[in-house]
Design a protein around this ligand. Structure first.
Ligand code: ATP
Ligand code: ATP
Ligand code: MG
Ligand code: MG
Lengths: 225, 225
């Protein structure tokens, strides 16, 4: 469902070249749940942003459901993100002026699926334990509550591919398990494809396989082409 | 070194009353390392903000090194924070326009201890693995690198009391251990007092005792007066 071929991305800072991604090959099948683990600073979020079409690689290609994204223009990329992808950001990226419910429903509004979204919201809020916090703005919520709003927002349209960047970092173990069960159930029952970055081995074990990342590359033994 | 007596704090949202803290009693001795664990939304960050004099309780009192903070004015609170406390925020709160080094040195500048701070910065950056990222701005850093900048900033003046709100949530286990060792060493060698909120039991085990939190209260069995 989502594939990366020889992805590379570097940053230039003054006269320093930082190779954030150095030739990444990754293939995730439909209805597969993959976990990515690796040291802080090794390139995981950079990879996730390229997979999520939020950023452009310097070289290499991303395929979504078999379709190459290399030559798509901005409108086409926006449509693809809107229709196929759900992204859970490591730092949440909630809109401060909107309350939790409004933040969560944003993708449903954009995709013109607001009514379905509102039904879905009830179910998700229950599963994630945030039903009584939907009127709060982000600055009136705890760190873990904000994280769960970001999670619900990514899932509101039941997208084909979910990219989760460290979705349980601010959650206690009971709440983490609830979140991971929602993801696992989505894969098993509704054929979601999930790519999850995590630093927590217990979380990674909910996935079908674990990919190890280091210095902008996937370990040779975990590569798939 | 830091004490809370019967602390309470509520929030009013429309006609809903939220009791974030409901009579918290806590006493941490000098050179003690205490971990606080509890469910997401249970009031831990609220407690940390009161202990750090960043917010005012509705009732109850905070004591820093035996001194009551209840009747201090704003200037006195600012001076106490500057001279005695180091705070690691759950969401980092870095200044976007400053690079890592400038962010870290901010408390040293404020306390007029810039030279000592620059020496200290070299050591801390080494211990936290961020030496080659000091020129980067926050948006040019990974989540875990930002977290380590926030940690270094809290420690730059060797404060008497360090309040760490989930300091390892974005770090892989190896880097987490490095951070926890810095805190542990600070307590053992330099007599720091550390209060750390964490969702990670492995991290909590670096502390001398673990306090369990729930629904705005400390478990009866973990209370100390
Ligand atoms: N805009 C930028 N300019 C320069 N360097 C950058 C920029 N963005 C990221 N980097 C660097 O690229 C590397 C990879 O960053 P990335 O955010 O992908 O790491 P990560 O694996 O997600 O880490 P973490 O586990 O801490 O979240 C880091 O070393 C980071 O400092
Ligand atoms: N400004 C506010 N207005 C209303 N409610 C608030 C406000 N700030 C926090 N709350 C509520 O107070 C409760 C405690 O929040 P707090 O941030 O202390 O939780 P926490 O234990 O740190 O959680 P986490 O582990 O998720 O970080 C939460 O239920 C939160 O929704
Ligand atoms: Mg990251
Ligand atoms: Mg918190």
């Amino acid at each position: 469902a989502i594939k990366a071929i020889n992805l590379s991305k570097h940053y230039q800072l003054g006269d320093e070249l930082i190779k954030a991604l150095d030739g990444v090959n990754l293939s995730v099948a439909k209805s597969e749940f993959v976990a990515i683990m690796g040291p802080s600073g090794s390139g995981k979020s950079t990879l996730m942003h390229l997979l999520g079409l939020l950023d452009l690689a310097d070289s290499g290609e991303v395929f979504i459901e078999g379709q190459s994204t290399k030559s798509l223009n901005d409108d086409e990329l926006t449509a693809l993100r809107r229709d196929k992808l759900g992204f859970i950001f490591q730092n949440f990226e909630l809109i401060p002026s909107l309350n939790a419910s409004e933040n969560i429903l944003l993708p449903a509004e954009v995709a013109k699926k607001k009514q379905a979204g509102e039904e879905r919201l009830k179910v998700l809020a229950e599963q994630l334990g945030i039903t009584n916090r939907l009127e709060h703005k982000p600055n009136q919520l705890s760190g873990g509550q904000r994280q769960r709003i970001a999670i619900a927002r990514a899932l509101i349209n039941d997208p084909a591919v979910i990219l989760a960047d460290e979705p349980t970092g601010n959650l206690d173990s009971k709440t983490s398990t609830e979140v991971l069960k929602v993801l696992r159930q989505g894969v098993d029952k509704y054929n979601w494809t999930v790519v999850m970055v995590t630093h927590d081995l217990a979380a990674a074990k909910f996935a079908d396989r674990i990919i190890n990342f280091r210095d902008g590359k996937i370990y040779k033994k975990d590569e798939q082409k």
